[in-house]
Unconditional design. Structure first.
Length: 202
């Protein structure tokens, strides 16, 4: 498969048989940072678990793991924010990896579901024998970061600034043109314009 191909992951893939949106299956807990190398290593372990059970899986990553792996913008992240299928099977295998390698139980989680867009775009990152890994595209990442922007979190501001520079965006208007490809303008926090002006001024 062409790794340069961009995918739009339909949200219907993450709905249950009654067409109800599946709620995140975990809650955040104490965190231990994961380096880029360890992220890949633990995903390989997860692939081996799936292989032993003859399961084919997919993980579509967003958040800090993407900033680390796809853009080399971070040395580490606290966890892997993603949506994945088959959900229960991958969750069970991820728990086995956590127990065997001393990871926090939530090293792989789907808390990000509340911030996903039906127009979100992903690109293939790795294709293991039983596990395909996708990473969110930079425009989509910027939109999600702006939607969930937390001024108190320095990682969030650093990520937003990196993505703005990566996409060569120079004005708030240009940024809004990009992020409104994925979300309605009214979904963004009122403070976003101030935050973006602050980021652009640095």
């Amino acid at each position: 498969m062409d790794k340069n191909k961009i995918f739009i992951i339909p949200l219907c893939q993450f709905y249950n048989k009654n067409n109800h949106k599946m709620e995140p299956t975990v809650e955040r807990n104490d965190k231990i940072e994961l380096s880029r190398q360890n992220i890949v290593k633990y995903l390989e372990y997860l692939n081996e678990k799936l292989k032993l059970k003859n399961i084919q899986g997919e993980i579509s990553m967003v958040g800090g793991a993407v900033m680390s792996l796809a853009f080399d913008a971070r040395q580490s992240t606290f966890d892997i924010d993603a949506v994945f299928k088959p959900t229960k099977e991958i969750e069970a295998c991820a728990k086995e990896v956590a127990i065997e390698h001393g990871l926090q139980p939530l090293w792989l989680n789907d808390i990000c579901y509340q911030f996903l867009s039906e127009k979100g775009r992903f690109k293939e990152y790795k294709n293991f024998s039983n596990l395909k890994i996708y990473t969110a595209q930079p425009e989509y990442m910027l939109a999600m970061k702006c939607l969930s922007a937390r001024i108190s979190n320095p990682y969030e501001l650093d990520d937003i600034k990196f993505l703005i520079n990566y996409l060569n965006l120079t004005t708030v208007e240009h940024i809004y043109e990009v992020i409104t490809e994925f979300y309605n303008i009214h979904e963004f926090p009122d403070r976003l314009s101030l935050l973006l002006n602050e980021v652009l001024s640095k």
